[in-house]
Design a protein around this ligand. Sequence first.
Ligand code: SAM
Ligand code: SF4
Length: 342
Amino acid sequence: MTSLHVLTQAPDEVACGTGVTDGRGRAVRYLRMSVTDRCDMACVYCMPVGYQGSPRAELLSFEEMVRVAVAFRAVGVRTVRLTGGEPLVRRDLVSLVAAMSRAAPGMDLALTTNAGLLERFAGPLREAGLTRINVSVDSVRDDDFRRITRGGEWRAVRAGILAARTAGFTELKTNTVVLRHENLSQVREIAQWALAHALVPRFIELMPLGEGAALMANHVPWAEVRDALGDLLGEAPPDHPADRGPAFYLPARGGGRVGFITAVSNQFCDVCDRIRMTAKGELRACLASPDGLSLRDVMRAGATDDELVAVLRDVLAGKTAHRFTESGFGQAPGVVMTGIGG
Ligand code: SAM
Ligand code: SF4
């Protein structure tokens, strides 16, 4: 990747901005960047059956993604998490990570993946500058994993997680979307597996997005998951859950911690410090927001680096609060998780 066009300053001279505060006083520090809307699995709560993904020309190129990351660094973003769809199905993802880490020094580069292909890529990703990985794990049983992901293989995912550990990733988390009739009865087993491998298990409330919108009868509030985990959890700190971000954590009795992401029952807008970009380059100030500004169009219309940064400042300053409820109020029409990036 020698021909990448990024901000015209040399990396060390690019302003590492101090951050834009939005209308609710939140500084945006974290960008979730979807690199593809395709996936090699089709989880029942996420991917619509038969979803083909967008034509390649509509997606941002790697060059454009690096340019966006550098511009976000200039407005104070400190973490870029690559997501999708399944980021590992985008060809040459390793070279994107390497180019981003060169062009945006100091940026924390993370990945959210289903890990089906991670065994092969864990080492090269680590060498390219990736720092952290989150892996979707909705079951640790072969048959149930295959059913929930509609074709995923737990063995491959497990091998991918273990390869990441071998490659030197110390900060590994698992993400489990809890569905009442699918895996609520397995949350203890999933947490035990993750904790035994020194991972941080996290349980996510089903959101009314993508296929999830039709499954909200299966929604499980986080407190029920906590109860199902029973004595696996230790005493909660006294200030819990006021001390929370998009994820909050409880200690596990035998060491480690367990996380909860409670977008529906326990909205966390006041502490949300993130913004999202779809694989087509649409900026979404919130996962629940139907409004998006096309950075792809801005860049392809010839915006200078300064103009791109100015656009980002405007969008960040206008970030608002989301409106998810169990009945789906506030759901963005047509929002597909594989497009927006989870
Ligand atoms: N394919 C990668 C993976 O599965 O980790 C990255 C993309 S996936 C869209 C990102 C995250 O979104 C995953 O942790 C997934 O479980 C979560 N997700 C997808 N649909 C969801 C829904 N309707 N409600 C809650 N979480 C969802
Ligand atoms: Fe694919 Fe991830 Fe969505 Fe599952 S959650 S269908 S692995 S994008």
